[in-house]
Design a protein. Structure first.
Length: 143
């Protein structure tokens, strides 16, 4: 018989992952201070400043995985949670691109990152739609 995982597992693993990220950020900060790298220092500060976003994205992804196990009830929440986690990850990735573009004076990189970051809601809607299409097709196939 399949036993469902505990509801606190996504919280636990998000805390563990965030703890490792904080340790990694501290090590990168020490390295940046040793080699006197302003870019690495800025990346560390950007990541540390957005640690809440990283934590929330990990939590949303964890609960999307958790709710996917409930085929008849809570599975309908997973496309929203997954899309939100992916959009947060994309927003952070393009935030790094913006930081690097501003540091290295690359205008095209700045404009691309601003364009993607400005259209995060549209990306969320599109990803949610694709998630529901996939979910409904799986539910139809299973019947």
């Amino acid at each position: 018989m399949y036993k469902k995982p505990a509801a606190v597992l996504p919280i636990f693993w998000t805390i563990v992952g965030s703890s490792f990220l904080i340790i990694l950020l501290f090590i990168c900060y020490l390295i940046a201070q040793k080699v006197d790298s302003n870019l690495l220092t800025d990346v560390v500060f950007f990541t540390f400043t957005n640690l809440g976003v990283v934590f929330l994205a990990g939590l949303l992804a964890g609960y999307a995985w958790y709710f996917a196990g409930y085929r008849k009830t809570l599975v309908f929440i997973t496309p929203i949670l997954s899309a939100a986690a992916v959009v947060m990850g994309i927003w952070l990735g393009f935030g790094f691109m913006e930081l690097i573009g501003a540091r290295m004076k690359l205008g095209a990189l700045l404009h691309i990152s601003w364009m993607v970051q400005g259209s995060t809601f549209l990306l969320f809607v599109i990803l949610t739609g694709f998630g529901y299409i996939k979910l409904l097709s799986e539910l139809i196939k299973s019947k």
